[in-house]
Design a binder for this molecule. Sequence first.
Ligand code: UTP
Length: 309
Amino acid sequence: MTSQNTKRIIRKAVFPVAGLGTRFLPATKVMPKEMLPINDRPLIQHVVDEAREAGIEEFIFVTGRHKNMLEEHFDYQPELKSTLQKRGKDDMIAKVEYSEMPAGRLFTTRQPRPLGLGHAIWCAKKLVGDEPFAVLLPDVLINNQGKAGCLKQMVDIYNETGGNVIAVEDVPREETFKYGIVDVESEKGDCMTIKGLVEKPAPEDAPSTLSAIGRYILQPEVFEHLAAFEKGAGGEIQLTDAMAKLIGRQPFNATRFAGKSYDSGSRLGFIQANLAYATQDDEIGEAVKLLIQNMAKKLNKGEINVAAE
Ligand code: UTP
């Protein structure tokens, strides 16, 4: 099954955005979870920016019902731009222009029902074709504080190793049941050879505490395994199960990327991410740090209403 594909350049990225976002209801009753803002831009733009930096040329959204706003976000907005021009808001024009996707770069396909991440990726099969591709989960943000983004780091490793590359990070052992966990064969520098992958293992069964965090470079053969539509953990069609079948047939590596991940699909992770990104913002960063310090002082004094000035 190993093909000459395994070292081809990564040009395409898939963004699964068809989930229901139930943890954010009622905010996500109509608005897609992936449009929730972290600092000044929606989740989806953070990951699209990360993919752009890694050299991705084609952006494939796997969407579902009520998700049109995601495509519109990347559209050309002439009225908005002319209003901003009239008001002399050049800085905002630059931000709006940065969020536009050039013609012929954005593709969408539908996942009619949210049957799981693996199924969502399978829906992109025709658009990906017979070449290796990246997958980025929009609700996982990776903050690199100005250094190379996570996908860029992975592409650099892929250019050496070929095959499949996933990003991993340590999680507490008692939480392995929430994640896809890797079984490591050997480790060299920041790259590990993987001999197994298990979705949501119980802590006592987990082969390690290294979890796949939502960034993948995959070979197209993964679609053959996804096409079996086998249900895995939680009754969903899992990407982890299909990836596990590639191990032993193709190079399969993982990297402990440099950076900090935020699970912005959970309410707590979302708040954490907002605080982290806002403190790094040129405009409001210092004010946000002061705000956090003042709140912490009040909390330390045992005051309950920390938001009151
Ligand atoms: P999540 O499981 O975090 O998203 O999937 P969710 O199901 O929307 O969230 P909750 O648990 O109900 O709050 C990670 C990513 O995969 C997409 C989601 O949109 C999200 O961006 N996804 C998930 C799909 O596109 N299709 C699916 O069937 C499942």
